[in-house]
Design a protein around this ligand. Sequence first.
Ligand code: FPP
Length: 247
Amino acid sequence: MIGLRSSKARPQKQVDPENGGAGHHGARHVAIIMDGNGRWAKKKHLPRALGHKKGVEVVREIVRHAATTGLEALSLYAFSSENWKRPEDEINDLMGLLRAFIKSDIEEFAANDVRLRIIGNYKVLAPDIVEMIEDALARTAHNKRTTLAVALNYGSQDELVRAAQAAAGEGAITAEAIERHLDTADMPPLDLLIRTSGEQRLSNFMLWQAAYAELWFTDTLWPDFTPAEFDTALAEFGKRERRFGGR
Ligand code: FPP
């Protein structure tokens, strides 16, 4: 099989763990497709909203934990551009949780040197949410320890179309030019993509970024996901041999 790799498009930096780079596992950037909130609630005979609520508690725990593992970036798929097809009540529940999350956790991010990033077109969300997001982005913009990228109204195909259009506006459409215009532009290359709940697909999440990422799937439903399982995924990543199309 032919694998092409542009060394410019995919810089492989050697990172010293002592200096805040990749930890002993070697990963710099992990992304998670957090799936299974609905099934978790159903199993417990609870409303779906409580599955999402527990899902946010797990988000909080994983973000806190990830910042201690030497990771430079964590990306979370919180709301896809396809999620608008869900019933209005559920969308309202998710937006309510998002509001509460930003409001209650921004102080902690600011204090813990976590930089917030939003990927996807968040500007179409309710104006109060957009305002809260922009305030949080500004307050954490200079933080250095870990970047938390939350995907909101995100779809990878849409991101790629926007990036290609921007690249075309500048001249030649090259891999480097597209990368420069992705929502993840100033983040490290994606190393590991985790999906919970037993589903094994990318669902329009980080299609470009996942080109050489390792994939890790677990049957655990997102509300049951733990920092220990996150560590298991990182340890597994550390054992994989990555060839980027070479031999
Ligand atoms: C999948 O569960 C989960 C989502 C719709 C996205 C994840 C959302 C959260 C964890 C809560 C919001 C996050 C933040 C940061 C505020 P599902 O409903 O698709 O589960 P199912 O496949 O079992 O029905």
